[in-house]
Design a protein around this ligand. Sequence first.
Ligand code: C2E
Ligand code: MG
Ligand code: MG
Ligand code: MG
Length: 268
Amino acid sequence: MDAGVRHRRQIEADLRDAIDAGDQLRIEYQPLYSAQSGQIVGAEALLRWSHPVRGMMSPATFVPVAEACGLINQIGSWVLERACSDAVRLRLPTISVNVSAVQLRDDGLAEEILAILARTRLEPSRLEIEITETSFIESASACQATLTRLRAAGVRVALDDFGTGYSSFSHLRNFEVDRIKIDQSFVNGIDMRRGGSAIIRAIVDLAKASGMQITAEGVETNEQRDFLANAGCSSLQGYLLSRPLTPAAIASLLYRNPSVEMHHAAIQ
Ligand code: C2E
Ligand code: MG
Ligand code: MG
Ligand code: MG
């Protein structure tokens, strides 16, 4: 067997064990800050897997495997439920959850999310789902009904990793989304000696003209933060402001009160 295939099968088997074990997968929350006021306006849920042998494994490695073998539906449902209940418990203004193209293709997704919102008593407008541009375009017709249903209920939709996919610019006007997230590769590329980034300015102007909000990801320096705030971004996210945090750590950041009660149920 090809080494790559073997590696993937091993990760898949270990991921099944992780779901059964229940304590290897967890979620960290990275705060999003208002570009204007500097206040925390929400957080993004980021999946973490501490593998019993390999240690911390990046979602960039195991999410694609979970998508390929279908496990992403079960894992994604768990992330949505846990993130929504944590958002209520931690009183986060908004919670952003990454939703894979594979999940979007399931025509039961909208009803499932609405059921989770009802169960956890999270107001729909406090949930934002993040979908990638690639999945948006590839499954455009398949996921349109799902997105329309969710937006009608008040759930927000954000386009993640904007600028890394297709000829994004020409599509921007056609996307029916509430927010775009400018990919960190653009943010990395900001060069203040050359007046910042003309591309970012253009993206922000076009998005605003279309009534969208803009979040910049991967903000690592003061220069980037100042440029992005001046360019008109609504919110900022990145290591300069905060790393992804455990629920207890984000609670203490928000309330200086680490004693918020923590329950960790296993994946169903
Ligand atoms: P993403 O949704 O674009 O998330 C942003 C990624 O950038 C996160 O990586 C975050 O930790 C990282 N990041 C944040 N600030 C900075 C910074 O200042 N500098 C740098 N270099 N990186 C920064 P992470 O947590 O490794 O996640 C990688 C990707 O895995 C995510 O990209 C998302 O596409 C996917 N992912 C994570 N959690 C989930 C999930 O629950 N479901 C699905 N379907 N995908 C997920
Ligand atoms: Mg994201
Ligand atoms: Mg992103
Ligand atoms: Mg990404």
